[in-house]
Design a binder for this molecule. Sequence first.
Ligand code: AR6
Length: 183
Amino acid sequence: MEAKIGTTRVILISGDITEQETDAIVNAANPGLMGGGGVDGAIHSKGGPDILKECRIIRQTLWPDGLPTGEAVATTGGRLKAKKVIHTVGPIWSGGNKGEPDLLAQAYRSSLTLALRMGLRTISFPSISTGAYAYPIEKASRVAIKTVIGFTERNAGIEEVRFVLHSYNDLQVYEKALAEYMI
Ligand code: AR6
């Protein structure tokens, strides 16, 4: 499924984010930036040790106490097809009254802002927070779609935003959110 927002294509596919050839792929990381399971584990294992090496430097120089939820930083893509990995931290779901929607929106916005600043034109996102962090995917998909479209309406320069959903079911949830948003 695809939508055109100004000069930006928003594309939804099912697949593996580590296979994407966009300028950047986004990692759903944790504040420690030292890797983990899920999409984080897949990116580090396929991208190789240079990603972790740069994460260590970022921790030492920029974020000694860890990357706060909603912030984003960039490293090399290592052995991945993508030139850069943008690491962001989504919120852990704890019922929905702890600012989770705003924090999730911030994670998408910070990633897009960093991509623009770095001159990256195409970017792939996973479904941030909907795995280990347990954010209900129907709710998360609406925040993700609204935030990305809102950002691209206000900021020119990103040519393509690709959501790479890990299952066909997740893809259908995002397709519904996009279809409802476009009405
Ligand atoms: N490509 C695309 N999507 C994927 C892939 C992949 N290769 N692998 C998993 N997903 P999660 P979170 C989907 O848990 O909820 C990590 O341990 C997955 O099906 O990766 O933000 C970090 O280190 C789900 O829909 O991220 C943190 O500690 C989505 O990616 C914590 O998990 C996000 O699931 C972050 O949790």
